[in-house]
Write a protein that binds this ligand. Sequence first.
Ligand code: NAD
Length: 325
Amino acid sequence: MNFNEKNILITGGLGFIGSNLARRLVEHGANVTLVDSLIPEYGGNLFNIADIQDRVRVNISDVRDEHSMRYLVQRQDYIFNLAGQTSHLDSMEDPFTDLEINSRAQLSILETCRKYNPEVKIIFASTRQIYGKPDYLPVDEKHPIRPVDINGINKMAGEWYHILYNNVYCISTSVLRLTNTYGPGMRIKDARQTFLGIWIKLLLEGKPFEIWEGQQLRDFNYVDDVVNALLIAAERKEAEGKIFNLGGAEPISLHDLGNLLITLYGEGTCITRTFPAERKSIDIGDYYSDYSAIANELGWSPGISLHDGLKKTLAYYTENIEHYL
Ligand SMILES: NC(=O)c1ccc[n+]([C@@H]2O[C@H](COP(=O)([O-])OP(=O)(O)OC[C@H]3O[C@@H](n4cnc5c(N)ncnc54)[C@H](O)[C@@H]3O)[C@@H](O)[C@H]2O)c1
């Protein structure tokens, strides 16, 4: 991969996936700028870049601020557009903030690129949440889009703005629909980003964690695999104007996942209970992705097993938990 000396902007760069991507790009010799608002309820955390802080530029600002973005997008070769409000429940309680960040700000970033840097290539992190409750499994990109929450609707708009700007204005964009992603740097203080985060926190604190129902199937990607996909999508011409699912190789029930976590950690307990009502109404049931399109067209597939990825993740938080509480 040739990112050496490339100018790269990562929106949401202090967050979980953005910071892991930044680390990899720095290793490739890229000039990396991170823009992040550090809103406390979201996943941004300066500790995520503690080991590379001297090798990246950090701009604490909000992607909703058109003046900051106008300055930041200029002279960039690539933008990895990862800033987002990620909590499904928060999107239901505060729909307009979700709209502003996940939809309006995305349009604004694209408009800014159209005016000030139309040569840039943009990779947008979308989500499998936009499919809603699957009609069939595994879910491929042809599955109907039927979001079950505000976040899904706004992320859907966000990704389609990217595709529109590719098709109409010839700004190169690619979209990846991420599934549950986990690994070092994810938010664990609550379940805003992922239930796996709060499970790990409680496990490490010696407290039982809750599994709601437990039979539902999910797939997971270790963050390094997602970083690979983002870089491949950036580099490859064939990815332009396209939307690809990411997915995990080993769908697993939440019940089995909880038990695997306890086995890998060596101790711990979980409690199975019914869904809280406000969660049940936006739950999607079983989900796992068909990622054969990106496998066939771009050669990406996940390389890190759930077993190995969870072990690395547990080791990371055992060492660093105080920075994530
Ligand atoms: N982690 C997953 O399982 C997952 C799954 C599907 C999609 N995604 C998508 O991937 C992207 C990255 O997710 P993540 O897991 O790293 O989450 P994250 O919360 O750790 O990262 C998002 C970052 O965006 C920043 N941010 C939020 N609003 C902002 C704003 N208005 N201006 C500037 N920065 C802002 C946050 O501070 C945070 O650092 C998101 O767009 C998310 O929707 C993630």
